[in-house]
Design a protein around this ligand. Sequence first.
Ligand code: FES
Ligand code: FES
Length: 154
Amino acid sequence: MKYPISFHLNGKIVSLEVSTQETLLDALRQRLGLTGAKEACNEGNCGACTVLLNSAPVYACMVLAVEVDGSAVETVEGMEGEELHPLQKALIDQHGLQCGYCSPGILLTAQALLAHNSRPNKTQIREALAGNLCRCTGYTDIIKAVQVASRARR
Ligand code: FES
Ligand code: FES
């Protein structure tokens, strides 16, 4: 059985019919063609699929599509603009990515952090990003990138 849902996706209203088992991650990637949120563990352990749901980071693999009816969802595609978002620029400049698989989730989690705390210290950044695993960078440069981006936003 399919259920109609409607939600804001990166600022635009999207309407879909979804099954009760369909995850938000599958809806984004397979139905809407937004592949920025990555599928990795698919069981809520890695953060590669992180999106913002009503401005808070969530694992899209652990959210059912029917649950976002009436909500606002932001994906990394929503950061696109004429210029790189300060967080994207800082992640590149500070060498905070290698394969890039974790990067969309890290960018969105960091964006949510900076929305609430414009000057996070290293500990606060580490705590915020604790649910976003990176197998390449060792995290130090990611932390540095978030700090650089926080200064650029002021
Ligand atoms: S793919 Fe969703 S947490 Fe790993
Ligand atoms: S850059 Fe490869 S997993 Fe983070």
